[in-house]
Design a protein around this ligand. Structure first.
Ligand code: PMP
Length: 387
């Protein structure tokens, strides 16, 4: 399928009769809309002349202080001076890539990796080299081998791009020992790490993981976002970077957009200071935990033998791998006809592999719809098996 075919398919998939396990949209209907409306109205009434004006490229100072508080539970001791606000973390990815990647440079990324990051890397003509993962995420031995191999070939390594917590699309998380190993390999080989962490506070059990950035402030650029903890429509994310890089990020942002949206930044800032944002994160966590449970129960109840899947401890996604011989890209139109949609695994690889896999997202549909969607999907798979 071409990009336009996929787009056409997804416009069918967005019809109400189709259960979409394809998108990654958070369940924003869980927000306290009246309280948010009040916050926004109050912002315009009190600070309209600031909120509706241009501002600095680095971002609002109070919000950058608040961002440091948001990152603290992950062990990050960041300084507001080193935070650069961006238009979603997607833009932070773009700015970082623009700074560090020349055409032909290698970007190391997990196999599979976030499709939006792969798009950015491709647009700057990076050569993405995938590093295998296991159920604990990125494999440090494979990472070291890849670095050694590429360096022996004289290749220029721009950075390692990794999503240590609640991975999109794999649904895996690196335990702390694994994080230490990954950092150790990168430090020893002097490889910069881009840590993408939009789901870090959305773990289902216990405290958040310790961020990679917490243990290596000079070797890691951390990307964060309010898209999953608050609302993606405001498009507010950030980068926390070593001092020298921060300066370049501000210049790159200025050239791209003059400044990130003042209104959105002040809206987030007011929300953080006037509403129980931590309580709202707990609401989201409970809701997604229930949806994760519904997904895993339905998979266990319906999937044919030989199908495997990951067991996410947070975030939005389950990675499902079908028996040998399946091609989920070819299967997708049949699934949509059966009124269920997913994203084929190959979308998450720069080299087109991942044919037997698919990403299911449980963030948006209600649990009953998820169960129905997985049941429909199992029906399609059974049908393919009997063909
Ligand atoms: N990184 C990852 C891993 C994501 O899943 C997403 C959103 N799907 C983003 C970055 C971008 O998020 P945003 O631009 O909304 O902050």
């Amino acid at each position: 399928m071409t990009a336009s075919e996929i787009r056409a398919l997804f416009s069918v998939a967005s019809r109400p009769e189709v259960v979409s396990l394809a998108g990654g949209s958070p369940y924003v209907s869980a927000l306290p809309m009246d309280a948010v409306a009040e916050t926004l109205a109050d912002l315009v009434a009190r600070r309209g002349a600031v909120a509706l004006q241009y501002a600095t490229a680095q971002g609002d100072e109070l919000l950058r202080e608040q961002v440091c508080e948001v990152m603290a539970p992950e062990g990050i001791d960041g300084h507001p001076d080193d935070v650069v606000m961006t238009t979603g973390s997607q833009q932070a990815l773009d700015l970082v890539t623009r700074i560090f990647v020349d055409p032909g440079d290698v970007v190391l990324a997990e196999a599979p990796s976030y499709v939006g990051a792969l798009q950015v890397f491709r647009s700057y003509q990076a050569d993405v080299v995938h590093v295998p993962m296991d159920d604990k995420g990125l494999e440090p031995v494979a990472l070291e081998e890849a670095i050694q191999h590429l360096r022996a070939q004289g290749r220029q390594l721009a950075f390692l791009y990794t999503i240590p917590s609640f991975h999109n699309p794999a649904g895996t998380s690196q335990p702390e020992s694994r994080r230490e190993e990954v950092l150790e390999v990168c430090r020893r080989h002097d490889v910069l790490v881009i840590e993408d962490d939009p789901y870090g506070l959305l773990g289902f059990d216990g405290d958040p993981y310790r961020a990679l950035r917490a243990d290596d402030p000079e070797g890691v650029i951390y990307l964060g976002s309010f898209s999953k903890t608050f609302a993606p429509g405001l498009r507010v994310g950030w980068a926390l970077a070593p001092h020298a890089v921060r300066e370049k990020l501000v210049l790159a942002s200025e050239a791209t957009q003059l400044c990130p949206s003042s209104f959105s930044q002040l809206a987030v800032s007011s929300y953080l200071s006037t509403q129980d944002w931590r309580g709202q994160v707990d609401v989201y966590r409970d809701l997604y935990r229930q949806r994760r449970d519904a997904t895993l129960e339905a998979l266990t109840a319906t999937m044919p033998e030989g199908t495997t899947w990951t067991h996410p401890l947070g975030g939005f996604y389950v990675w499902v791998t079908l028996p040998e011989g399946f091609d989920t890209r070819v299967m997708l139109p049949r699934a949509v006809t059966a009124r269920v949609a997913f994203v084929p695994g190959s979308a998450f690889f720069a080299d087109g592999s991942g044919a037997r896999s698919m990403r299911l997202s449980y963030c948006l549909p209600e649990p009953a719809r998820i169960r129905e969607g997985v049941r429909r999907l199992a029906g399609v798979i059974e049908e393919e098996l009997s063909m």
